[in-house]
Design a protein around this ligand. Sequence first.
Ligand code: NAI
Ligand code: MG
Length: 495
Amino acid sequence: MAELPTAIREPEIKYTQIFINNEWVDSVSGKTFPTIHPGNGKKICDVQEGDKADIDKAVEAAKKAFEFGSPWQKMDATKKGALMHKFADLIERDKLYIASLETLDNGMAFRDAYGGDMPMVVDIFRYYAGWTDKIQGRTVPIDGTFFCYTRHEPVGVCGQIIPWNFPLTLFALKVAPALACGNTVVVKPAEQTPLSALYAAQLLKEAGFPPGVVNVVAGYGPTAGAAISEHPDINKISFTGSTEVGQRIMAAAAKSNLKRVTLELGGKSPLVVWKDANLDTVVEWAQQAIFFNCGQVCTAGSRTYVHEDIYDEFVKKATARAQTKITGDPFDSKSEYGPLISEEQFSKVLDLIESGKQEGANLECGGQRHGTEGYFIQPTVFSNVTEKMKIGREEIFGPVQSIIKFKDMEDVVARANDTKYGLAAAIFTEDIDTALTFTSRVKAGTVWVNCYLIASTAAPFGGFKMSGIGREFGEYGLQAYTEVKNVIMKTSVKL
Ligand code: NAI
Ligand code: MG
């Protein structure tokens, strides 16, 4: 990581309104909602609260911006790519400010916001900027004297609902591929973390995107979010968040207009430590897998399966290591972990920790609130966890490592797959056949071998089973943003 600058502790809040047609407006209802700093629970500012009427306005703008003859529709693909590169330049220009804003609104460690999210946002935009002039159809040799070809056309207006755990990275991951394919978008950031997306909206305007191409409406899920999923003029919806809300969105899409749906949902990802693994190295990876961003990661390695021969030693080492982790003021560059996002999430995680104790898991360390204000929880390690316990089954979304004992490959594959989720999995072993057996048998959208949480803008990401539908990132991530049009033309020659 490049050297870390000092965070701006009180970044000026510049944009709190609704962004439609490249203009800042108040909500139709006149309502606002507070956004808070999770490090102390105090209000940062009030933000205009979007609801159905505001979503309607935003969709109208996005529809107009998409229409035949609009500046965006007429714009060459290379020019669209240039605008996306320009936006990436602006993120780079303002990254100290934006990372500070992200730390303020989300509570994530500044070192992660600055060193992880900002470069990722830039990478995502640059990667998809390169795709704008490479969205190609095929020619298809069909019987008879016909010329048959396909066009990959934009879907239209895309509704994009994002969560709070990586606010700007997920904003980029939704918006960039949509724009690369020529769509227009209405984005709803999470109510907990609206500020970075609102700032990014202004940068999109500065970069030169025409009015209506990107619209950002902050607001709550059951109101503004539901209005997006039910909207008859939204052609595609992309959602990242809980499995429960994903199901609701899909039902609303089905009922309204069969808008296309892609979902990135929850997980309970198994990380398997085989008996031949180097324990010190694996303890590091396994804890990065579960403690990164305080466990508020959809791919968090939340079930650590350890072979019975090395189980006790692993637990000892994991416990010792967890106690050296630094939780604290997210603006302090020494802090590895900040607070959880909200009081709701904080209570949910503490309740799950309590359930782990009651259901007979061994609390090896942590398990308590850290400090006296804000939503900090100590890195927590449980041993003797089983999948019958809540902490062994449910997505915790907190810094809680659950260490589970296993016997052999049959045992661990069956148990790894005994979940409704299928987002990610990992195995640590020196033996190639062991690795390949596991990677082929585990049901998960991403499988890591001897590493964890490695992601690339070029590599697909998404879930099996109830972890989602569709893929994001890479070329795969473009598929959901185009419709394939088949054109068959009568000719007088056999082609
Ligand atoms: P959530 O799924 O309720 O919220 C995510 C987004 O969906 C937010 O923008 C929210 O406003 C919106 N939303 C909520 N209800 C909606 C509705 N009826 N229609 C349309 N949009 C709606 O997640 P929440 O409540 O913030 O967290 C609950 C749990 O979800 C977490 O503990 C975690 O287990 C999981 N989660 C998973 C994420 C992931 O990365 N896959 C991200 C955030 C949460
Ligand atoms: Mg919710």
